[in-house]
Structure formats: structure tokens, C-alpha cells
Design a protein around this ligand. Structure first.
Ligand code: ADP
Length: 263
């Protein structure tokens, strides 16, 4: 537990550091982007070669700005536009994106354990981002193909479970599991995956911000994540998000009502 606490503290200070850098970078990027746009406007007769150079500056400042935005999302702790969210349509949407963009050597399998999946209170686009980041990592871990499974279950955290997981509270959660049959992670890597800028991917392929964004979003919703991984077997991410209280009550009532009707 102590090691876990230390790691959390380190993550938090890294987050603070990253958001500080992101803010400064934003201030640096804004005038660069503005100036390039002005130059482009003011030099309409500039030759093609120079136009291309300006375009390169513009495109790359945009990329840098996107990166900064991503850092701020996880560090700032914004809750976005939270609504009472049904997970099934979101999973369907993600499944469709994966089926049309991932290589055919990766088999996508989706499994919903129950028809009565609890709802959560969250911003759909943030949960979408969480799932996509996990799925892209799963894809990258299976260069030779494999199976990517997504499933969702209702889960009750009891006292025992909460004692073993620092971030878990007793109560109802929805757990979304993303697992792959990829190359897995050694413990030394697994220890660091949530750190901002930690990546084992080639330069240009990974930013090391995917999972720090994921953990930032999940923590904002008072959720938590369990990861299990075995080298050359695969990896499983379990994302626990608190069920929306009102909805679970209402769903329970509906269930009782319909059971009552049946008698
Ligand atoms: P990035 O994808 O840009 O490297 P992430 O924060 O998303 O950044 O991931 C950090 C690192 O965690 C990856 O570079 C990789 O080493 C490891 N990782 C994440 N997901 C998986 C996975 N499903 N299988 C194997 N390694 C993974």
C-alpha cells in the first residue's frame, strides 16, 4: 500500500508539472500560430516552396497545440459535460470504429454480460476517449494480429474489495474491460504506464500521454483502473466507473415493478 501511495504522489506531482508546462507552451504557441496565419494572409503571391514551409509551421504548431490540449485534459481535472450515460451505444460506436479502422488481423469481440447494465454519470466524449486510447494501445501491442475484447459488467465493490484497492469505495460500479492477446508488459514497464510522457513506442508513434489522460478522466469520475499483464500473453485493463445513483435506483424500481407485474 505504501508503494502504491508513493506512486500516486509521484503521479500527482508529475501531473502538476505537466499542466504547468502545458500552460506555458500554450502561451508560446498562440503567437506562433497567429503569426503564421497572418503571414499566410499577407503573402498571397508567395511561391509554392515557401508556401509549403509556412504550411509545415502551421500544421506542426497545430499538432503541438493538440498535444497541449490533451495534457490539460488529464491534468486540469475537468468533468466535461456529465450526463446520465448508457454505456451500450458508446461501446457499439467504438466497436464500429475499430472494425473499420483496425487491421483485419485483429479480431474485435464485444460482450455485454447483462441487459440491465447500470448507467454512469459522465461526459460521453471523455469515456469514448478512454476506450479509444485503450484500444489503440491494444492494437499496437498486437502487430501480428490477435483478439481485442471489450466487455462491460455491473460490479458491486464490497468492503473486502475496497480494502485492497485504495481508490475503490463500497458501492455500485460499472466495469469496462479491454483486453488484448498482445505482447504484454514486464513489471518494470507496468509500473510506469500511467506516467505522463512514458512511452516505449518509437518517436512519432507514441506520446506517452494516452494512459495518463485515461487515468485522469477516470479519477475525475471517482473511478479506478486495474491492469493485469503477462509478457507475450496479453494485457487486460479494467476501468471501474461509479454507477449513477439515481439511475440504479430507478432501474431497481423498474425491475421490482416488472417482477411485481409478473406475479
Ligand atoms: P503511448 O501509447 O503514446 O506510448 P500510453 O500512455 O498510452 O502512451 O502508453 C504508455 C506505454 O504503456 C506504451 O508505450 C506501452 O509500453 C505500454 N502499454 C500500454 N498499453 C499496452 C498494452 N495493451 N499492451 C502492451 N503495452 C501497453
Amino acid at each position: 500500500l505504501e508503494a502504491q501511495l508513493l506512486r500516486l504522489q509521484r503521479l500527482e506531482s508529475l501531473g502538476t508539472l505537466a499542466s504547468g508546462i502545458a500552460h506555458d507552451l500554450n502561451n508560446i504557441l498562440a503567437p506562433i500560430m497567429f503569426s503564421v496565419q497572418m503571414l499566410t494572409l499577407k503573402l498571397p503571391y508567395i511561391d509554392a516552396r515557401n508556401q509549403q514551409l509556412l504550411k509545415i509551421i502551421e500544421n506542426n504548431s497545430k499538432r503541438a497545440a493538440d498535444l497541449v490540449k490533451q495534457i490539460l485534459t488529464f491534468a486540469r481535472g475537468s468533468e466535461g459535460r456529465s450526463i446520465c450515460l448508457q454505456i451500450e451505444p458508446l461501446l457499439l460506436e467504438v466497436e464500429q470504429i475499430l472494425n473499420s479502422t483496425f487491421p483485419k488481423s485483429i479480431i474485435i469481440s464485444k460482450n455485454l454480460s447483462t441487459q440491465n447494465l447500470w448507467r454512469i454519470k459522465a461526459d460521453p466524449s471523455q469515456i469514448h476517449q478512454v476506450l479509444m486510447n485503450l484500444c489503440v494501445n491494444a492494437r499496437d501491442a498486437m502487430p501480428e494480429g490477435g483478439t481485442l475484447s471489450i466487455c462491460a459488467n455491473n460490479f458491486f465493490v464490497d468492503e473486502n474489495f475496497a480494502r485492497m484497492n485504495l481508490d475503490a469505495n463500497v458501492g455500485d460500479y460499472v466495469v469496462i474491460t479491454v483486453s488484448d492477446t498482445g505482447f504484454g508488459m514486464a513489471p518494470l514497464i507496468l509500473d510506469r504506464i500511467f506516467e505522463p510522457f512514458f512511452t516505449t513506442k518509437e518517436p512519432g508513434k507514441g506520446t506517452g500521454l494516452g494512459l495518463s489522460t485515461v487515468i485522469g478522466i477516470v479519477k475525475n469520475y471517482r473511478g479506478f483502473i486495474n491492469v493485469e499483464s503477462e509478457v507475450s500473453k496479453g494485457t487486460q485493463f479494467q476501468v471501474y466507473l461509479p454507477a449513477d445513483e439515481e439511475r440504479t435506483n430507478q432501474q431497481a424500481e423498474n425491475l421490482e415493478l416488472s417482477n411485481g407485474n409478473r406475479e
